[in-house]
Design a protein around this ligand. Structure first.
Ligand code: BGC
Length: 411
């Protein structure tokens, strides 16, 4: 991200904007049914505080299109007040001087947030972003009826997974509901790596980018497993949005989907109930691990007093127990902060909470690579390209491993 020259101009624009309305423009990519319901709660809270919410929604799961739109806006000297940015990208934007310090609104956050969450929200010890949730990525979503007919047991390893997939296929279903978009390919890939290699291997390979782990028989086996999964995906998957793949699992056209728990937001929005209409199970082989993906809003460097007030109120709203509860009930994720009642969360939510805590102790808690929590955005992009190419061609696992090693050096 090379943006430095434009920041002087940006600050000037912000000062110029000071006289205008207390409008809080927020960039996000939450446009699916469950996502839109979730973000509407934040809008409601900000309006209750007297702010005018200006929605800057850029459709596209995983946020690639949103990040492109954000860069364009910042380069033109007109950043939004806040933007959905996460993981190391927060540090990248902060290093460029783009983000503002919201520490004054965050005096008790160190006490309220797990360290693994707080660290991501800070730059040089100061809070520059506010966390809304913790998503777990390593889930498998299964149509309950189909599962019952196939024996009722969610697969705990890849042998059981492929046995179940064969049953779904024999029943005339698309065994694996998937959308052929690079970020979705990467989402499946990372759960496979976690299931095949375990949390330590995942961390070495996809967080630390350790060359030995990347260029290993375990990585080769991960690609072989991914290649086999490919054979259970329907031919119309190319370009399909993730929520349409979730809909396939809902209506029984599809058997199961590898996806983070924003998929639960879709089930919930469609009044589907865990344990009755669908099952949430850790992706095969990942019961003792947890790939975390924290959504957060980074605050841009605004000068106008009303915009600053908007940011402080946004930060306070986001961190309120009321918001963290209602937002996460809709979103499928769990609260990022301590002190939120667990009572209303369903069995998947409760499981996510319990597993987040237990894996934090056991070492099974790892940053999601596919969802921008693990490595710099340029490196992530290069690796995701390799995975997408593998998914869309006859590339061998051996060639994929070699390409992965090369892509991991991208800075
Ligand atoms: C975000 C989720 C979002 C999903 C699909 C993920 O990267 O963390 O909040 O629902 O992408 O758009």
């Amino acid at each position: 991200m090379k943006l430095k020259p434009i920041f002087a101009a940006m600050a000037a624009v912000s000062v110029f904007g000071a006289a205008q309305a207390a409008e809080v423009e927020v960039l996000h990519w939450w446009t699916s049914g469950g996502e839109a319901k979730s973000v509407a709660e934040l809008k409601k809270m900000m309006e209750a505080k007297g702010h005018k919410w200006k929605d800057f929604a850029v459709a596209g799961g995983g946020g690639d299109a949103a990040m492109t739109a954000l860069k364009a806006r910042v380069v033109s000297g007109n950043p939004p007040v806040a933007a959905q940015i996460k993981g190391p990208s927060i540090q990248e934007w902060a290093r460029e001087g783009a983000l503002g310090d919201i520490s004054a609104a965050a005096t008790d956050w160190d006490k309220l947030l797990p360290k693994v969450v707080a660290d991501v929200m800070k730059y040089k010890g100061k809070y520059v972003a506010a966390p809304v949730n913790v998503h777990r990525v390593n889930w498998l979503w299964i149509n309950q009826d189909a599962l019952n007919k196939a024996g009722g047991k969610a697969p705990t390893n890849f042998d059981e997974f492929f046995a179940l997939a064969d049953k779904f296929k024999a029943a005339g279903m698309t065994a694996v509901a998937h959308g052929g978009q690079p970020w979705q390919d990467a989402t499946v890939f990372e759960s496979v790596v976690l299931g095949v290699g375990g949390a330590k291997f995942f961390e070495d390979a996809l967080v630390k980018l350790d060359a030995k782990a990347l260029d290993s028989p375990t990585m080769l086996k991960s690609f072989d497993t991914l290649a086999k999964i490919k054979t259970y995906i329907d031919k119309d998957a190319a370009g399909r949005d993730w929520n349409l793949a979730t809909a396939m699992v809902m209506n029984g056209k599809g058997g199961m989907q590898f996806m983070g728990d924003w998929a639960k937001g879709e089930f919930t929005a469609a009044n589907k109930v865990a344990g009755k209409d669908y099952t949430c199970a850790p992706a095969p082989g990942t019961a003792n691990a947890y790939t975390f993906n924290i959504d957060s809003f980074a605050m841009f460097n605004v000068k106008a007093a009303d915009a600053k007030k908007g940011q402080a109120d946004l930060a306070a709203s986001i961190m309120s127990p009321e918001f963290q509860e209602v937002f996460n009930l809709n979103k499928g994720s769990i609260p990022a902060r301590a002190g939120v009642s667990k009572a209303k969360f369903d069995s998947c939510g409760q499981k996510s909470m319990a597993d987040f805590e237990s894996t934090a102790k056991s070492g099974g808690l790892v940053a999601s690579f596919a969802h921008g929590m693990a490595v710099p955005s340029a490196t992530q992009g290069a690796i995701v390209d390799v995975i997408a190419k593998f998914m869309n061609s006859t590339m061998s696992s051996k060639d994929a491993v070699a390409a992965l090693v090369k892509a991991s050096k991208t800075k």
